[in-house]
Design a protein around this ligand. Sequence first.
Ligand code: SAM
Ligand code: SF4
Length: 338
Amino acid sequence: MTAAPTTTDGVLVDRYGRVARDLRVSLTDKCNLRCTYCMPAEGLPWLAGPQLLDDDEIVRLIRVAVHRLGVTEVRFTGGEPLIRPGLARIVGAVAALEPRPRISLTTNGIGLDRLAPTLRAAGLDRVNVSLDTLDPARFAALTRRDRHADVLAGMAGAAAAGLAPVKLNAVLMRGVNDDEAPALLRFALAHGYELRFIEQMPLDAQHGWDRSTMVVADEILAALRAEFTLTADPGERGAAPAETWLVDGGPARVGVIASVTRPFCGDCDRTRLTADGQVRNCLFATEESDLRAALRAGADDEELARRWRAAMWGKRAGHGIDDPTFLQPARPMSAIGG
Ligand code: SAM
Ligand code: SF4
């Protein structure tokens, strides 16, 4: 076991020796879709304006993470990050940090065709766009909004703006879109996008997740192998959540993020900041650490860094979804930042 951190330790290390270098920042808990596995039709009680970090507060906390805590990768998410008005300004400020972190964005893609050139110019490196189905009617049922064409346009716009490689995230749900794995891969290959399937996790606001019916990695891989040859990717996986395979000999790849059936907690290098300034050491953490209160009370950068380190030190060894004692976190994925 590693010794407890002191105020002069630089990095975000936990008691199991894992070092967090990848920061996920939620820019808003709001969204313009209502994916059934994520939030209810009526939406959620959104954070009120004063609860949200403003743009300068967000940039300050990211600066602390990069300058004092060894963060090298910043991923913006939400909710839907593209609906945050200051997004390009925030990206620009983060891209100006020294050393410059890699900057990416996870989005549902709506409006990305219009925003991609501005975000690219501001310093955004890459995007992950969520697409669960190729069928517009299914998309409308799954997201409760008729915006399929906007998402496809968003992906194309991202690729055209040089936000490469465009990665696609797909969640398969039993009886909804679980027959689409090969078709989604065909689509991704045809467009030069890199597809990753994500196992559905117990992070929905409605608590509708069911372990016994979820679509698992083995099933997704079997469906893909009916049409494609998948071979182990010789590349280093490192702390990446996706396990990847070469498709038909490569160089195209497909990935599966099997958080539930093949957990990768032992290699996790992530730390999270919510839109209201709470540090979370895990998606599944049941405790948060309030950096917004400290920041607004006048804490200096080193004090913020100290609190962040202390929050990460307490990270649990694993998410424990399969433990009988598992408790779903109080906040849903859309409020934590997926
Ligand atoms: N709105 C953006 C989007 O949809 O990409 C960013 C936030 S969303 C919470 C991030 C990713 O989490 C999406 O790819 C989404 O499909 C995925 N997601 C949401 N709820 C999930 C759940 N319960 N289990 C697994 N993935 C989930
Ligand atoms: Fe919105 Fe993303 Fe949740 Fe869908 S998964 S409702 S797009 S936050």
